[in-house]
Design a protein around this ligand. Structure first.
Ligand code: NAD
Ligand code: TYD
Length: 357
């Protein structure tokens, strides 16, 4: 099996490359990534020599149709797994256009090329598939009860989730119109190693280690449903192997946390691991809320559990502590990532916009 993994140098894409090459000893991966601020080739530096022999990295944009066509031809790709995206809700509020370019037009480019190469004389070549990595955020926001199922109507509320929902509709349209073999996965919030520190969990860990204020948007009572990235990658593997053509699969671990409670939990674990008394709840600082902030996400993943036999394996206790230890043990990675572009983001979004010092 040869996969084209787009966005292979981002958080989930890089975790997926490690997972898949480890799990499938005869698989090859061609990784395509534009290396935006969020993409880091260093994320893949821990591949073994044997794994490297089954991995090819190509720097490029999913909007580059000629390049994608070339890769599909030369490497005889079986499955495209599309992780490439602009992924941060806060950035989508400042610059929605970048999200449309990659998350909508980029997906259309991949679909066009897949159709051109795999749809011959009105028939799809055997064994080909397009897997779109989407998000539970396409469903919008929940009140205090209920969960998103695959039948929940799409109701995105941020430019990020609107761009992801648009892509989902295009992917479904290609299945309905041309019979393209596709699957869509919609996972809840991921945590784990190699996550760029603009996202909540790594941001809190890294700020706390430096005794910096821990920014909580609004009252901090918003709820997110957390899953370890390894369990997400395993679920995608199940979908590649067994997903039924044209189906959408929700992925989640039944693990809802209010942001403020999660931040307190991170503080508690960090203090135990470091014995640093200055890491305390006193660092928590409520700041101006995110505009249009979705109040609660919760995912019902009954379908993938019942139909494909997947279930998560990593408990939150175990996964969160392992993740915190990963950030403690990978100082060089952290130093490289927080330099440059991240600093500018922090200055603009937190220091100037939210008056955080
Ligand atoms: P990320 O921002 O860490 O990584 C995105 C990667 O895509 C980066 O390596 C970046 O360089 C690359 N990229 C961006 N634009 C590109 C382009 N035009 N062409 C080629 N490469 C490009 O994101 P992530 O958290 O790893 O998310 C991966 C996917 O999973 C996204 O599609 C996201 O919507 C989805 N998702 C994320 C989460 C989460 O909690 N992080 C949850 C559910 C779904
Ligand atoms: P984030 O990690 O950006 O993921 P998403 O917005 O895709 O769910 O944010 C997770 C939650 O944490 C979300 O409710 C916003 C909140 N949050 C803060 O309170 N402070 C922060 O500095 C960040 C980055 C997020």
């Amino acid at each position: 099996m040869t996969l084209l993994v787009t966005g292979c140098c981002g958080f989930i894409g890089s975790n997926f490359v490690y997972y898949y090459l480890d799990e499938h000893k005869d698989a090859r991966i061609i990784g395509l990534d534009k290396l935006t601020y969020a993409g880091n080739l260093d994320n893949l530096s821990n591949l073994t020599n044997e794994q490297k022999s089954r991995f090819v990295f190509v720097k490029g944009d999913i909007n580059n149709a000629e390049l994608v066509e070339y890769l599909l031809d030369v490497y005889d790709i079986d499955v495209i797994v599309n992780f490439a995206a602009e992924s941060h809700v806060d950035r989508s509020i400042y610059n929605p256009r970048a999200f449309v370019e990659t998350n909508v037009l980029g997906v259309q480019t991949l679909l066009d090329v897949a159709k051109k190469k795999w749809y011959i004389n009105g028939k799809w070549k055997h064994g080909k598939k397009f897997v779109q990595i989407s998000t539970d955020e396409v469903y919008g926001t929940l009140g205090p009860t209920g969960k998103f199922t695959e039948k929940t109507p799409l109701s995105p509320r941020s430019p990020y989730s609107a761009s992801k929902a648009s892509a989902d509709l295009l992917v479904i349209a290609h299945h309905e119109t041309y019979g393209m073999p596709v699957n869509i996965t919609r996972c809840s919030n991921n945590y784990g190693p190699y996550q760029f520190p603009e996202k909540l969990i790594p941001l809190i860990i890294l700020n706390a280690l430096e005794h910096k204020p821990l920014p909580i948007y609004g009252d901090g009572r918003q709820v997110r449903d957390w899953i370890h990235v390894f369990d997400h990658c395993r679920a995608i593997d199940f979908v590649i192997e067994k997903g039924k053509d044209g189906e959408v699969y929700n992925i989640g671990a039944n693990n809802e946390w209010e942001n403020i409670e999660l931040v307190k939990k991170i503080i508690e674990i960090l203090r135990q691991l470091t014995n640093d008394e200055l890491i305390s709840e006193k660092l928590i600082t409520h700041v101006k809320d995110r505009p249009g902030h979705d109040r609660r996400y919760a995912i019902d993943s009954t379908k993938i559990r019942k139909e494909l036999g997947w279930k998560p394996e990593i408990s939150f206790e175990e996964g969160l502590e392992a993740t915190i230890k990963w950030y403690l043990n990978n100082k060089q990675w952290v130093e490289r990532v927080v330099g440059g572009e991240y600093k500018e983001w922090y200055e603009k979004h937190y220091v100037r916009e939210r008056k955080l010092n």
